[in-house]
Design a binder for this molecule. Structure first.
Ligand SMILES: CC(C)(COP(=O)(O)OP(=O)(O)OC[C@H]1O[C@@H](n2cnc3c(N)ncnc32)[C@H](O)[C@@H]1OP(=O)(O)O)[C@@H](O)C(=O)NCCC(=O)NCCS
Length: 165
């Protein structure tokens, strides 16, 4: 799926999707400052301001990031470390309140799956709370599967390239 692109969400709003640029930094900070829920589990944005801003700095310096915009404001973010030498980077995706359940997170995830394939990743993975059935629905639609132990948090993985025997 080629970037950039535009889509209409399920409310017919025009959503622009493109790769992150340095000039987007203040808007990304703003999205995460007002983001809920924050948390310490399953990769949610850290509640503490200093820790969260360091977390964002780490994301923009080491991941390939894609943003979704509405009316010029950042309403969604997906990231993947495509330079990860293991070829198995962690995937993250967040939609701002008011923009969830409108089809945007699925499109971002489909896009990042193609980005990962194009970068030669073997697999991508994430951690999700088992109660987060909306997120699990999205990841399953993109063909992520559960892996490992059953617990309140679970790993899901998406195999992109089979190892040669
Ligand atoms: C998880 C998240 C990224 C998904 O993005 P999104 O744009 O809301 O998802 P979409 O609208 O593309 O798809 C949601 C799907 O879940 C379904 N869904 C909604 N609520 C659901 C629920 N409670 N249980 C199961 N499925 C649900 C929707 O019907 C839709 O499926 P469909 O397209 O087949 O009808 C977004 O909701 C989000 O940021 N949530 C808060 C943070 C978070 O949980 N991040 C993930 C951490 S691992």
């Amino acid at each position: 799926m080629a970037l950039p692109f535009q889509m209409r969400d399920k409310r017919r709003r025009i959503i622009a999707v493109r790769a992150y640029a340095d000039s987007d930094y203040p808007d990304l900070i703003e999205m995460y400052d007002s983001f809920e829920p924050k948390g310490l589990e399953a990769g949610l944005p850290p509640p503490d301001d200093v820790t969260r801003h360091k977390w964002i700095d780490q994301i923009v310096s080491s991941l390939f990031n894609v943003l979704a915009f509405h009316g010029g404001r950042v309403v969604g973010h997906a990231g993947l470390d495509i330079s990860d030498l293991s070829g198995c980077p962690e995937y993250l995706v967040f939609m701002k309140q008011g923009f969830r359940n409108f089809g945007i997170g699925t499109r971002l995830s489909e896009t990042m799956k193609e980005v990962a394939k194009g970068a030669g990743c073997k697999r991508i993975w994430l951690t999700v709370r088992t109660g987060n059935t909306c997120a699990i629905r999205v990841f399953k639609k993109v063909r992520f599967k559960f892996k490992g132990e059953i617990s309140v948090e679970r790993e899901m993985e998406l195999i992109l390239r089979k190892e040669m025997q």
